[in-house]
Design a protein around this ligand. Structure first.
Ligand SMILES: C[S@@+](CC[C@H](N)C(=O)[O-])C[C@H]1O[C@@H](n2cnc3c(N)ncnc32)[C@H](O)[C@@H]1O
Length: 170
């Protein structure tokens, strides 16, 4: 289901801050080489995440679902120099691809990858230690990511769940 018309989406893209050259390249190659490139959250969601990080002053971010690293790198760009993003990803293939992009960026020092099932990786983090979390992985896991993930957020931390109205489902 197309919620927003293509014209409106294009208008929003035209009047939003565009991606860095590296993120544009990452998106292009992901669309050319990956089987399900539409898993990328895209520049509008990415820009929204950047705005949340900047206006809240977030320093520590938790991500569930990294794929080729677009949203990870996008959020890393908005974090301060001493900021950290911890990203959980199951598939080794995606981790290797994402690492290649992080190597090319000057954000690598901010990014830590946690390989494996996210629900297990969450056990390794301290309670109340993150300012923001972005959940964008297996949808059946969302209730548990909500329960466990929000415990990991500081008071007034922000939780963002992608695809909550996925294909018209609520
Ligand atoms: C929608 S994609 C993430 C897209 C990414 N946030 C972006 O915007 O570029 C979902 C990712 O979650 C990963 N994933 C699926 N189930 C997982 C699980 N149980 N634990 C960790 N990662 C998982 C998939 O391998 C996939 O790379």
């Amino acid at each position: 289901m197309q919620f927003v018309s293509e014209d409106i989406e294009q208008y929003c893209k035209d009047y939003s801050i565009s991606d860095s050259d590296l993120l544009k390249e990452l998106s292009k190659i992901t669309w050319e080489t990956e089987e399900i490139p539409q898993m990328l959250c895209g520049s509008l969601v990415g820009g929204f995440l950047q705005m949340l990080i900047k206006i809240s002053g977030a320093k520590r971010v938790l991500e569930i679902g990294m794929f080729t690293g677009y949203s990870t790198l996008k959020m890393a760009e908005a974090l301060p120099a001493n900021g950290e993003i911890h990203s959980c990803e199951l598939m080794e293939k995606h981790i290797n691809t994402a690492k290649g992009w992080f190597e090319k960026s000057n954000m690598k020092h901010k990014i830590t990858i946690h390989q494996g099932k996210a629900i297990q990786s969450l056990e390794n983090f301290r309670v109340s230690s993150f300012d923001l979390m972005f959940v964008d992985a297996d949808k059946t896991g969302y209730p548990e990511y909500y329960r466990k993930g929000t415990m990991l957020l500081k008071k007034d931390g922000i939780a963002v769940f992608d695809n909550m109205l996925w294909s018209g489902s609520v």
